[in-house]
Ligand binder design. Sequence first.
Ligand SMILES: Cc1cc2nc3c(=O)[nH]c(=O)nc-3n(C[C@H](O)[C@H](O)[C@H](O)COP(=O)(O)OP(=O)(O)OC[C@H]3O[C@@H](n4cnc5c(N)ncnc54)[C@H](O)[C@@H]3O)c2cc1C
Length: 442
Amino acid sequence: MAQAHGHGGVQFQNWARTYGCCPELFFQPTSAEEIREILELARQRNKKVKVVGGGHSPSDIACTDGFMIQMGKMNRVLKVDKEKRQVTVEAGILLSDLNTELDKHGLALSNLGAVSEVAAAGVIGTGTHNTGIQHGILATQVVSLTLLTATGETLECSESSHAELFQAVRVHLGCLGVVLTLTLQCVLTFHLREISFPSTLQDVLDNLESHLQQSEYFRFLWFPHSENVSVIYQDRTDRPASSSSSWFWDYGVGYYLLECLLWFSTFLPFLVPWINRFFFRLLFAHRAEHTDLSHRVFNYECRFKQHVQDWAIPIGKTKEALLELKAALERDPKVVAHYPVEVRFARGDPILLSPCFQRDSCYMNIIMYRPYGKDVPRLHYWLAYERIMKKVGGRPHWAKAHTCTRADFEIMYPAFRQFCSIREKLDPTGMFLNSYLEKVFH
Ligand SMILES: Cc1cc2nc3c(=O)[nH]c(=O)nc-3n(C[C@H](O)[C@H](O)[C@H](O)COP(=O)(O)OP(=O)(O)OC[C@H]3O[C@@H](n4cnc5c(N)ncnc54)[C@H](O)[C@@H]3O)c2cc1C
C-alpha cells in the first residue's frame, strides 16, 4: 500500500519569480496509487489540490495554498513504439529529458516551445505553442492520455475513447484532474537549419503569405519603437550541425550589457527605444545561420525573468493588430516596450479551450523584462495591447498574463460552456480550482 507523505513549509515560486505560494502540504508522489491517496485525503479534509509540472507558467495558474502535487518523480518513459513513432510517458517528464530519450530512438517531437525544462502535462495544459502554420499547438501532438479524476476514477482518453473529454483535456488548465500518462505522436529525428535576416515591419506584413509558405517554422521579432524586424526561418535539412557561436553571448557579455542597460532605463525610460535599436543593429542587422538537431534549434536560452502576454488572434488580423500596436506606442511616447514582440503562427485545431480553436492563428508575444528582479512599469503598454487583442477577436495564452474573466471567455470560445459542463461533471466540488481558475470559471 503506497503512502501519501506531504510536508508543509515549502515555498513555491514560478520561473519568473512573479508568483509564489506556500501550499499547506507539498507532495512528490511516485505512483498513481499515491496520487489517489492524496486526492482521498483532500476529499476528507475538504482541501483544494494543484498539480504542478515544471513551474514555468508566468501567471499564478500553478499556485495554491491547499495541497500541491509536484510531478517531478513521475517522469519515466513507459513505451517507445518505433513503428507508430509514438512515445508513452509519465506526465511529469521534462521535455528536455524526453528529447534526449527520443534522440536515442531516432525520434523527435515535431514542434517545441522556447524551453524544454517544462513537464509534458504542464506544457499541453496551458496550450503551449511554437510556430509553423502547418503545425498545431503542442497539445495536438497528444494521441491519448490517462486522467485521474477528483473521485479517483482513471479515464483513458483518445479520439476513440471518451472522445469529447479528449478534446477538453488536451488543454486542461489543470482543472479536470491529474494527468498521469500521455502518448505523444513523434516524427523521425531531424535537423533544422535556422536562417535569420533583417527586414522592416511593413515589408514583413506586406509579404506575410509568402513568408508563411517559404518556411515551415517561420516567425519574426519586431523591435518596438522602430521599423526593425528580424525574420527567422527554420527548415528541415540534411546538413550536419554547424554552430554560429558568438563570444558576445557565449561569455555572457551581451546578457550583462543588456540587463545593465535595461536597469538604467528604469530611471530613464526614454532610453528603451534606443536600447531596442542598439541591440538590433548590434545583433540582428545581419544574416545569420546555424544548423542543429531540431530541439536544439527550437529551444533557446531565456535568461531574463520577465512579464509576458501572448494572445492568439485570427491570422487575417496580424497586420491590423501590429500596426495598431505600433501606432499606440507612437501616440504616447511615455509608454515604453522592451524588445522583442515575437510573432508566431499556428494551425487551427478542435481542442475546446485551445486559443487556436477552429482557426489558424497568429500569436503576438509582448514582453517586459525584470532587470535584476526590478519590475518596470507596464500597465499602459499592457492595457493598450489587450484592447487591440480583444478588438481583433484574440484569445489570451492560458499561462501568461491577462485580465480576462468568465464573461470574456464565453465570448471568445464557442465551446466554453461545453468545457464548463465537462469540468463540473468531473469535479463538482471544485477540488482542482485555485484563484486563477476561479476567475476563469466563476
Ligand atoms: C522561459 C519560458 C519560455 C516559454 N516559452 C513558451 C513558448 O515558446 N510557447 C508557449 O506557448 N509558452 C511558453 N512558455 C510558457 C510555458 O510553456 C507554459 O507555462 C507551460 O505550461 C509550462 O509548463 P510547466 O510544466 O512548467 O507547467 P506548470 O506551470 O507547472 O503548470 C501549468 C498548468 O498545468 C497544470 N498541470 C501540470 N502538470 C499537471 C498534471 N500532471 N495533471 C494536471 N495538471 C497539471 C498545472 O496545474 C497548471 O495549471 C514559456 C515560459 C517560460 C518561463
